[in-house]
Design a protein around this ligand. Sequence first.
Ligand code: NAI
Length: 334
Amino acid sequence: MQIAVFSAQSYDRRFLDEALARRPAFAEVTLHYFTEALSMQSLALAQHCGAVCVFVNDVLDAQVLGALAQQGVRAVLLRCAGYNNVDVAVAVRLGLFVARVPGYSPEAVAEFTLALVLTLNRHTHRAYARVREGNFALDGLLGSNLHGKTVGLIGLGKIGMAAARIFHGFGCRVLGHDPAPPDAFGAVGEAVALAELLAGSDIVSLHCPLLPATHHLIGAAALAQMKPGAMLVNTSRGGLLDTPAVIEALKSRRLGALAIDVYEQESELFFHDHSADIISDDVFQRLLTFPNVLVTGHQGFFTEEALREIAETTLDNLDCYMQGAACPNLCLPA
Ligand code: NAI
């Protein structure tokens, strides 16, 4: 079985190779690593492969899926939880096996959310730079306690629940909004309607998937409902935010702070070194000018534990495909 691994970084290679070496039964499996993202331009790299292994910014729309199927690809193995980049309905029509890694380490993303909140709240990103320049003045670094604040979590799945437990441990009041809130949430927070969450939260954090119904969930209307001066955090998917509307809310000081680990146009930028390039995305560049905005390049998932789990589950999914066994991680059309 030949598998083309797209958007492969050195760490993907390391963890997948290690997982493969732990499975003697997979002696016939060969992983071919390509740094290129999957697209119409790059899909020829998967010639002679029975499966492709992809990540968050690979494009698997109807055209790419059709061409892959024609080329002989029968399986798509996602190394991520979200699958908004795959037209699953088309894949199912083409008879393709599509599986993801639904819950590799919710704590990785939840803990990273906390890192962003605490950094912005206590200005440690600015303190770090100041101290290195010999500036030990505290002016401008005044923060506030997290203890006693109200945190609103949109999406109470695996990551939202992990975040809820952590914020609860910090002594926060936790509000949550989800079409199907899990019973366990009652032990750490209160399930409320979206409007109530937006109006009552000092910090709003997004943990729901990107779907047609959640595209630009936070736009001008939602921002106007938020508490003046509140913090907004998005570690989920860039398309949940209407970024120009968020910039307007920052300029008007209505929004107090913003942390994003994801960005709607991130496929042009993230996971690559652009430090010597001219970045032509003016919306993204505007975000970087605000002192109260923290941007990271989709690293919420990036822990040893999560990468090990992603590699193992990806190979478990492959095993299901090769054995024709029922796979618990199949992607289903929305
Ligand atoms: P999950 O599937 O366990 O939970 C998602 C939750 O969102 C479900 O409870 C669902 O009912 C809820 N939901 C659906 N529509 C909603 C809506 N309109 N409003 C509120 N809630 C809604 O997913 P999990 O593992 O918790 O991941 C959440 C998201 O985090 C993923 O979809 C992915 O986009 C993102 N993610 C980001 C990573 C990063 O590195 N920054 C890594 C992994 C996931």
